[in-house]
Design a protein. Structure first.
Length: 177
């Protein structure tokens, strides 16, 4: 009889612990994979346990945000788009550089080139020697990826970020080579 009472008390105690555990936030579970949020995680904890570029590309292919209402900064020209995996690898490379300067030395500068993807920057108003942290460039490229991903698993677009040492903007372009 004592064992039965102890077992019943153990069950009651464990069910109250389970009931007290917080449920995951509904908006977290409902959100599709976002390259921008992936980059934010890398920037917040560079040594954390993050998806590899290949794993991020796989998650993006399965669950990526592809809303057509976010097409304002996407290229619709004849230039080549960047393949998904190469673009994500380039974004990760820039995120890993953190606060390192992504510097515009001349009319434009290439910040990253992997496979058939490239991330370039050019300054607004042809002002040279302006820079932004590579982390901000990576975040901008993540937003481009989230907004401009195409059904053929490629991407091309641009996003403007503030230059640190100027009142001008840096235009970040993600495209193919």
């Amino acid at each position: 009889m004592a064992r039965l009472i102890l077992s019943a008390l153990a069950i009651l105690a464990s069910t109250s612990l389970v009931a007290a555990m917080p449920a995951p936030a509904a908006d977290e579970a409902a959100q599709p994979f976002s390259v921008e949020r992936w980059v934010d995680g890398i920037l917040a904890d560079p040594n954390g346990d993050h998806l590899s570029p290949e794993e991020a590309a796989e998650q993006y292919a399965k669950h990526g945000s592809r809303s057509l209402d976010k097409r304002a900064t996407c290229y619709d020209d004849r230039s080549a788009p960047a393949p998904e995996g190469d673009a994500i690898a380039c974004i990760q490379q820039l995120a890993a550089k953190g606060d390192t300067q992504c510097l515009i030395k001349s009319a434009s500068s290439r910040f990253c080139e992997i496979g058939a993807a490239a991330i370039d920057g050019r300054s607004e108003g042809s002002v040279f020697n302006v820079w932004a942290p590579c982390s901000q460039v990576a975040q901008a490229a993540g937003r481009i990826m989230d907004a401009c991903f195409r059904s053929d698993r490629t991407v091309k677009g641009w996003e403007a970020v503030d230059a640190v040492n100027s009142d001008k903007k840096i235009v970040v372009a993600l495209h193919g080579k």
